[in-house]
Design a protein. Sequence first.
Length: 386
Amino acid sequence: MKRKIVVFGGGGGIKPIIEGLKYLYDVTAIVAASDDGKSTGILKNHSGVAVGDFRNALISMAEQGPETSILGYRFKETDIGVYYATPRTIISAALDEGRYGKIERENVISSFEERFKELGLGIDQEMKIPVTTKGHPVGNLILTWLIRQNKDWVDYANKLARSQGFVLPNTLHPCNLYAIYDSATHLIGESYFDNPNLRIPPIQKIGLWPNDNSIKAYEKALQAVREADIIIIPPGSFYASTIASVLPEGFKHELSEKIIIWFANFFYDLNQTLYRIPSNDGEKIITIPPERQIEIIEEHFGKKPDLIIAQNPESLPKEPDLMKRYNKELGTEDPIPDYKSCGQVYLSDLAFIDYIESQGRQIYVLRHNPRKVEETFRYVLSEYNL
């Protein structure tokens, strides 16, 4: 029987963990529902649920192919009204804009017709979402439509994507993040931290608005934690993904008795574990050291990680321009946290060079390699008798 793994998080950090482990283990991903990204923030007004991180995790959990890629396709130019459109219309428009070939297009439409029919869903039903397509991923629009019409939307979404494991929101309650970093409470969201020019003091507390105690954890997510053999904290935004994913009431108690493995970030996280504070001398850099990060994890997860898996600095890809970019972005020549004094730590070679589009241009980034994640995870389970 496959061991049951639960991965908490959101954003891009959860992707390599899911992709690396989904075929060897029984994987459930529990993602933060407090996201407020561009598309997610707009659609959240019409469903009450943040769908962006959920969609990303669902795509990572699914078999890779044109059906999965079309769920992640974000409309660039096509700007049609969604209210009177149908799922078929939206999928077809994405296939047109993405210039899919005739045969591939026919196969994708046929596959989704079959999936919708199996679930008793109407692929030709009007979606009745008062937005236009431009800027929205196909998956976000379809998820919003599912949420608005079906209380069992989580199950339907996983089946529609042919998920290899299961993806669950951490709560079904509408909520946003708040942070306290001075004398006031500030409503924030995951996208709040995306601006590299943002300058704030260190965060003192983070929680859920409108009321921490009223935001209950999704029961199916709690049950997944109860049944889990191992909990994984993936890399990602420290507060906006890692901590945000366990803020709903109920998780801390269930997690406190579990084995927890933390795949730590390669670098400090701007405005979450590293702060650039303007001063008369130019700038002051404040970091939240790994020891303090572990204390914050303990405050919210109910215990410290049993094992930290961190990148071996000696094995980082030797790309001077890449490191210069991280040094410039973080304002320091020492952007890599030192986890060696943080208890049980395993250093491994996990990184590979990827690229993303940022502000209209492609930039190179370091990410966790799913294959290396899987190899390292199998090794530590045996080596540390977990």
